[in-house]
Design a protein around this ligand. Structure first.
Ligand code: KDG
Ligand code: MG
Length: 409
C-alpha cells in the first residue's frame, strides 16, 4: 500500500482551519489537523513545500517511521509550525490505519479505559449575575465541570469573557482571533486581576457549593511570585486547576509557584514536544498535561507523554479550544479514552458552519465526550461545504499595559 495524494485544505467556516488529507492507492483517505491560530498559512506552506512531496509513495502503515523521518530529517527540530505539520501527517496515518483495520483509533491504542470523557465548559461573565447565569447555562447543558473567567474592573476586554466587546466592537465570543489585517490591542493590569479574582471564586463557591469542579485559565500573564500569590489566595476555593499561571517558556517558574501553593497546576497548550514537559513531569511541578494533539506532533507523541506522566500520577487535560479542528479534537479524544491517566477534556463547541465542513461522529452526553466508533478518527471533510469559506486573515490579540508596554496575552 502507498500514499498517492497529499492535499492541504484551507477553509474558514467561522475561523481558519488547515487540514491534511492523504489518500492511498486503495482510495482510503486519512485526515490530519494542522491549524495554528493566527499563523495558519505558514503551516500550509511548510506542508505544501516541504512535506507533502516526501509522503508520496510512502507506506501509510509506517506511522512511527514516518514521524521520526519528518522530525529528524528536517534537522531544524521542534517549533509550532514544524510540529503542527508533523501532527497532521501522524493523525492522517492513524486515521488510515483505523479505516484499514475497521476500528476506531482508540482500539488501536489499547482500547477504552472508560466509558466517556469528562469535559469542562467555559463559563464567563462581566459581573457576578451574568457569570452565575453562564455557569447555570453550562450546568443545564450537561457540563459537570466549569472553567470560570471573569471581567476585571477597569480592564476593557479580558481573555475568555464571551460577552465583552473587543476593540473592534465585535462580541468577544468563543474565538479570540479577530479577522482583519492587524491584531487587536487589549489592556491588562495584573494587580487589578489579583485583587478581583479571589472575590469571584468566593462568590461562585457560595452560590454553587463545594462539589462543582472549577477551573481557571491565567493565560500566561503573571510573574512567578504573582502566580504563587494567586494559587495561595485560591486555595480555600478548591480549584480543579489553575492553568497557564506563568508564561510557559520559563519552566523553572513552576518550581517557585509549587513551593507556595497546593492549588493544582496545568500547563502546556503552547508546548510542542515531549521535551517541553520533561522537567515539569519528572520534578512533579504540574498536575495536568495541557498539550493538544495538533500542536504536539499528533497522536503518537501525545500517547507517549501521557505514558511518561503516568509514572508521576500526572493526568491529561488536553487543550480543546475551537482552534483545534474537529479532526484534532477527535484525535485526542481517542488518546483520552485509551490512556489510564485521563483527567479532563476542555470542550468548546464549534459553530454550525464548522460542523458542516467537518462531519463528525463525536458525542457529548451528560457532560461526557466520546469520539464514536467509526473506523479511524471518525471525521470526514465535506469539500463542497469547505469551498464556500475561503481563508480570511486573522490574528490573536495582544496586550499593552497602562504605560504602553507590550504584555503577554
Ligand atoms: O489560539 C489561542 C487559544 O488556543 C487559547 O487562547 C485558548 O487558552 C486557551 C484555552 O485554554 O482554551
Ligand atoms: Mg489556556
Amino acid at each position: 500500500m502507498r500514499i498517492v495524494t497529499a492535499e492541504v485544505l484551507v477553509t474558514s467556516p467561522s475561523r481558519n482551519f488547515v487540514t491534511l488529507r492523504l489518500t492511498t492507492d486503495d482510495g482510503i483517505t486519512g485526515l490530519g489537523d494542522a491549524t495554528l491560530n493566527g499563523r495558519e498559512l505558514a503551516v500550509a506552506s511548510y506542508l505544501n513545500e516541504h512535506v507533502t512531496p516526501l509522503l508520496l509513495d510512502r507506506d501509510p502503515h509506517r506511522i512511527e517511521d514516518t514521524w521520526q523521518f519528518l522530525y529528524r530529517s528536517a534537522y531544524w527540530r521542534r517549533g509550532p509550525v514544524t510540529m503542527a505539520s508533523i501532527a497532521a501527517v501522524d493523525m492522517a496515518l492513524w486515521d488510515i490505519k483505523g479505516k484499514i483495520a475497521g476500528l476506531p483509533v482508540y482500539q488501536l491504542l489499547g482500547g477504552a479505559s472508560r466509558t466517556g470523557l469528562r469535559a469542562y465548559g467555559h463559563a464567563s461573565g462581566t459581573d457576578m449575575p451574568s457569570l452565575f447565569d453562564s455557569i447555570r447555562h453550562h450546568l443545564d447543558a450537561g457540563y459537570q465541570s466549569i472553567r470560570v473567567q471573569t471581567a476585571i474592573p477597569g480592564i476593557k476586554a479580558v481573555y475568555g469573557v464571551a460577552s465583552q466587546k473587543q476593540s473592534s466592537g465585535q462580541r468577544y465570543d468563543y474565538e479570540p482571533a479577530g479577522r482583519g489585517a492587524f491584531p487587536q490591542e487589549e489592556d491588562w493590569d495584573t494587580r487589578a486581576y489579583l485583587r478581583h479574582l479571589p472575590k469571584v471564586f468566593d462568590a461562585v463557591r457560595n452560590e454553587f457549593g463545594p462539589e462543582l469542579p472549577l477551573l481557571h485559565d491565567g493565560h500566561h500573564r503573571m510573574t512567578p511570585i504573582q502566580a504563587a500569590k494567586l494559587g495561595k489566595a485560591l486555595e480555600p476555593y478548591d480549584l480543579y486547576w489553575l492553568e497557564d499561571c506563568t508564561p510557559a517558556e520559563n519552566q523553572e517558574a513552576l518550581r517557585l509557584v509549587r513551593q507556595h501553593t497546593t492549588t493544582p497546576l496545568a500547563i502546556g497548550e503552547v508546548f510542542n514536544t515531549v521535551y517541553d514537559f520533561q522537567a515539569l513531569i519528572k520534578e512533579q511541578l504540574i498536575d495536568y498535561v495541557r498539550a493538544a494533539s495538533t500542536h504536539f506532533g499528533g497522536i503518537s507523541p501525545l500517547k507517549k507523554i501521557m505514558d511518561y506522566a503516568a509514572q508521576y500520577q500526572i493526568k491529561s487535560g488536553f487543550h480543546g479550544p475551537t482552534d483545534i479542528s474537529p479532526v484534532g479534537f477527535a484525535a485526542q479524544l481517542h488518546v483520552g479514552l485509551a490512556i489510564h491517566n485521563y483527567g479532563i477534556q476542555e470542550f468548546m463547541p464549534q459553530s454550525q458552519a464548522t460542523n458542516t465542513v467537518f462531519e463528525q461522529n463525536m458525542s457529548f452526553v451528560d457532560g461526557y465526550l466520546h469520539p464514536g466508533d467509526a473506523p479511524g478518527i471518525g471525521v470526514e471533510y465535506n469539500d463542497d461545504a469547505a469551498k464556500a469559506h475561503p481563508y480570511q486573515r486573522a490574528y490573536l490579540p495582544f496586550n499593552r499595559l497602562a504605560d504602553g508596554t507590550v504584555h503577554d496575552w
